[in-house]
Design a binder for this molecule. Structure first.
Ligand code: DAH
Length: 331
């Protein structure tokens, strides 16, 4: 019988054997050595290769090789399917059709998102970002900002004192002073950060909140530029249609001073979001800038107020109590 036929017959014999053989792994191993062992049927076929005509060898060799690979695969398959059926292993089988557990993914807090938006808008018009101390001396938080000790303006903000001369900053304006003390003009910065006030906690005030301060000092700085800058900011933050207004106001560190209100459609009222003005010459003199040469504008905005208006949030405490139901609305 030509070798090709013999290969065919070994394959058929194997198929019949494996079908009818008992489902027992040790017996399967016996069968494996009958076919694939050192003196097995496949090895016997291989030893006959020398009788094959040289021109037929590549073809026959390939077929024999395929037979060997094929039998090996089928034995492996038979053994593993037997093991899977075995009780000992059945308990460990994995049902890959079961839906997986979805991991809970965190997100960026809505205040942090709002801060990022504010920063981006000011960076796009040439402001740098700076940070300063949250625990500061009385001088930087008050006196240098033209708020002397006996001044009634100190009552505008209820202060947490660390000791006689040290406070938790009541606003980010303290960083205006640090920046000007450390750098020669011209300067243009925004300063995001946390501030603290000893106020009764309610839906609209909390003992800590966030502000973004702005300060620009140069040789020629006008109130018109201040208005232009803040209008640009509000248009980008709230959209072109949102109603806003500048209202004259008073701050010890600016002259003239103003506040900006945004129209709140929900409550039908104006809501103040920031204070601003031209830097008072006394403040410039306090940091050693010659107020005859240098002029500046400054502003300070409440980040929670802005987020509340933009996202229709009606209680400032929601930002701080970590309730997932609130937080996940802003993913
Ligand atoms: N520091 C003020 C506050 O906390 C806000 C403010 C008003 C900041 C006017 C400024 C400014 O820089 O020019 O209420």
């Amino acid at each position: 019988m030509p070798l090709k036929k013999q290969i065919e017959s070994v394959r058929n014999q194997f198929l019949a054997d494996i079908e009818s053989f008992p489902n027992d792994p040790p017996l399967i191993d016996q069968l494996r050595s009958k076919y694939l062992g050192r003196k097995g049927l496949v090895a016997q076929l291989l030893s006959k290769m020398s009788q094959v005509k040289p021109e037929d060898r590549p073809n026959i060799g390939k077929e024999l090789n395929n037979l060997k690979i094929d039998l090996n695969r089928q034995f492996d398959h038979k053994v593993s399917s037997l093991l899977a059926k075995d009780h000992k292993y059945a308990d460990e089988s994995i049902d890959i059709t079961l839906p997986g557990k979805e991991p809970r993914i965190g997100s960026i807090h809505i205040l942090e998102q709002t801060l990022s938006e504010i920063k981006e808008i000011f960076i796009s018009i040439g402001f740098h970002v700076a940070y300063g101390p949250e625990v500061d001396d009385d001088y930087h938080n008050f006196s240098a900002l033209n708020i002397p000790e006996s001044h009634p303006a100190r009552d505008m903000q209820d202060t947490f004192f660390v000791d006689n001369k040290t406070v938790l900053r009541t606003h980010t304006s303290n960083v205006q002073i640090h920046l000007m003390e450390n750098e020669e003009p011209p300067i243009r910065y925004i300063v995001p950060g946390r501030v603290y006030r000893n106020e009764a906690i309610s839906y609209k005030s909390y003992c800590l909140f966030h502000q973004v301060e702005g300060i620009y000092v140069n040789k020629r700085v006008s109130f018109a530029e201040l208005k232009g800058c803040l209008e640009y900011f509000i248009r980008h933050m709230f959209g072109a249609k949102r109603k806003m207004r500048f209202r004259p106001s008073y701050f010890p560190f600016t002259e003239p001073s103003a506040e900006v209100d945004i129209w709140d459609e929900e409550r039908h009222e104006w809501l103040e979001i920031l204070g601003c003005g031209m830097v008072d010459p006394n403040v410039l003199d306090n940091v050693g800038y010659d107020s005859n040469i240098w002029h500046g504008y400054a502003f300070g905005m409440g980040v929670e107020r802005i987020a509340m208006l933009k996202y229709n949030i009606n209680d400032i405490r929601l930002f701080y109590n970590g309730d997932i139901r609130f937080l996940e609305q802003f993913i």
